[in-house]
Design a protein around this ligand. Sequence first.
Ligand code: AMP
Length: 422
Amino acid sequence: MSILRAVKGMNDVLPEDIPRWRRIEGLFWDTVARYGYGEVRTPVVEPTPLFVRSIGEATDIVEKEMYTFVDKGNDTLTLRPEGTASAVRAYLEHSVGGREPVTKWAYLGPMFRRERPARGRYRQFWQAGAEVFGDPGPYTDAEMIDMIVSMMRRLGVADVEVLVNSLGSGDTRARYLEALVRYLEPHEASLSEDSRRRLRTNPLRVLDSKAADDRAIAAAAPRILDYLGDEDRAHFDGLCATLEALGTPYRVEPTLVRGLDYYSRTLFEVVGHGGELGAQNTLCGGGRYDGLVEALGGAATPGLGFAIGLERLLLVMGAGETAPALDVFVVYRPGLEREASTLLKALRDGGLRADADLRGGSLKSQFRRADKSGARLGLVIGPDEVERAAVTVKDLRGGEQETLPRDGLVPRLAERLARETA
Ligand code: AMP
């Protein structure tokens, strides 16, 4: 019988890979805490209209990539493709804006998009992200970008490029869209089918198309930065000046648009190089969404957010060193299982990571497992040790051994291990 396999594009993470994941997660939480963000956890399933209304109908995500299903109660639900829509929903549902003028939330969890799987592009992938509600920027925009770059540096991912652009707002956008459509219309016949449709429904999206012909046409399109009104221009200049003051390297990329409709003003991406990253080299995307809270039924509230793809970060981080999962491995003469079990319990209660092969077997095979486990110390119990109320402690790397009294053993080992790893 053939074995069952995971859904294509959805991955298992096995214990040997977990230390690297934990390292990223730990650094992410440590970083956002330094900047005053609190963690928010929202459901992975939401009512479908939440994503349609926020991400936008004429986007790849909504048109092609959402995992949408009708549940047994006839509700139409969607596995979340990103985190911002849910954060805004929770912000409104719990009336958070009425309690505090500025809200800073961070989240980490799996997202789902039915994209074509490739290296760095999966159907279930993990994002770590954050949102700020109530602050119109631009200083917070710069601070957010700087926070992301600092975090990547602390992870050892230094070869990154920050691309920034402004999508303007209100008037700017209207004037620009008019100019863009005027430019695109004569090229209509050469555009892909999706782009021809979007020329009518959502012309900005044509600039974000991946089709080669579309890209060539988009490259010569008018630039939104040339259309910024005074306030949008001042906002963008403020962002750039603050990035300079913070010493955050960045590059203005006037063609940058992103796959979600809700962005306004500041838009940014962090692109990585090297490691095992291939074509999917955007590590992080984010920007300002000043109209989204209102569009989802709240009071006009500025918003700003980003999301980092954790699998892509892992691809640029490289292997790194991994700490062994165990401190000690208990090896015992067959017949002494009970003594082994009580010693294990005492070790674990004392805070040590301890294991043994409780199936029994020869001392030789147990030592083989002890060596393979990566544990620093082997603890041997035989009849002699039982009689003397002692344990033989063997350094599994150096080979030296000594017999120590069972009384006071656990704190003594804990101290020795702490000293050796310090
Ligand atoms: P987005 O939510 O599309 O702005 O994406 C933000 C980040 O999430 C990207 O820069 C990627 O690092 C990551 N990401 C988006 N889609 C995928 C995917 N299908 N597989 C893996 N990572 C993804």
